[in-house]
Design a protein around this ligand. Sequence first.
Ligand SMILES: NC(=O)c1ccc[n+]([C@@H]2O[C@H](COP(=O)([O-])OP(=O)(O)OC[C@H]3O[C@@H](n4cnc5c(N)ncnc54)[C@H](O)[C@@H]3O)[C@@H](O)[C@H]2O)c1
Length: 326
Amino acid sequence: MAILVTGGAGYIGSVAVEDLRAQNETVVVLDNLVYGHRKAVDSSVAFYEGDIGDASLVEKIIKQHNIEACMHFSAFAFVGESVEKPQIYYENNFVQTLKLLDVLIENNVKKFIFSSTCATYGEPQYVPIDEKHPQFPTSPYGWSKFMVERALVDYDAAYNLKYVALRYFNACGASEACGEDHHPETHLIPLVLFTAQGRRDSIAIFGDDYPTPDGTAIRDYIHISDLSQAHLLALKHLRVGGASEFINLGNGGGYSVKEVIEAARKITGADIKATVAPRRAGDPSRLVADAKKAREVLGWNPQYPEIERIIESAWTWHSLNPNGYE
Ligand SMILES: NC(=O)c1ccc[n+]([C@@H]2O[C@H](COP(=O)([O-])OP(=O)(O)OC[C@H]3O[C@@H](n4cnc5c(N)ncnc54)[C@H](O)[C@@H]3O)[C@@H](O)[C@H]2O)c1
């Protein structure tokens, strides 16, 4: 039997593919390469270039490879773009996911691991944020993920689909072979490292008057290898008949923008120029996960909680791959 990984040529999915293979799982990747990189997936992995909403292709894959479970990473994930173009976000992230689920269920594939996000919570009412925190997203991206979560609850009740929806906080870092190569890049750590490499003049700090110790916003950074391990544990959980769950993935601590830049200066030895810009609308001061449930239900134990190790892994990858995968 095999695991279908959608979005397996993307940043996080490609590491999950590596880790699944390291555990001797058979893997099949489905990615339309709109944002993914063919080179991020080893040439020995069964790879299909196509859409998750292409029912006949998905059915063919399920039958040909005897698919047991699906890890669903594929999505559009630019929050700002989702505000400008909500239609493509609801279509790609929600409608296409329903089409994928239809084919999985019709073919009796009923283990589903979903890449959800802390963006489903919206403006935090308290931190750390646990899974019971109210969900009211502030972007179409967040809503598109929330709508999938909602559908999963009903699909479990009606069709016995068993799922683990993992709500990631800020994914970052790199494995030896796979790193972050988004176009455009919007995440803090790669942008700071591009500044260290001289590919940018400076890094903007959006707001230094937040109610945090150094005035800059605090986020919960989580290494992609730790994220990936949580997917393997979620698969194990479903294989032994575990219940459907929503689970946060974060380190529970958090680092400020200034702390991230300072750590990057130490690791790269570069004088990374930072300039203060106004706060961005809708950016909360602190987004930190309560990740107790992941430890309790999945037995998850993150190996790279320190920002220095996270940045070090990303710096190594960007130094060896200065042009990303190209
Ligand atoms: N990166 C983060 O910090 C973060 C945080 C929370 C949640 N997530 C979620 O994790 C998942 C993976 O994120 P990522 O950073 O690896 O993104 P990514 O863009 O690197 O990977 C997504 C992959 O999905 C593919 N894809 C998109 N639409 C598709 C479709 N309709 N059919 C087939 N393939 C399609 C893209 O080509 C890409 O390879 C996403 O669902 C994202 O919403 C990411």
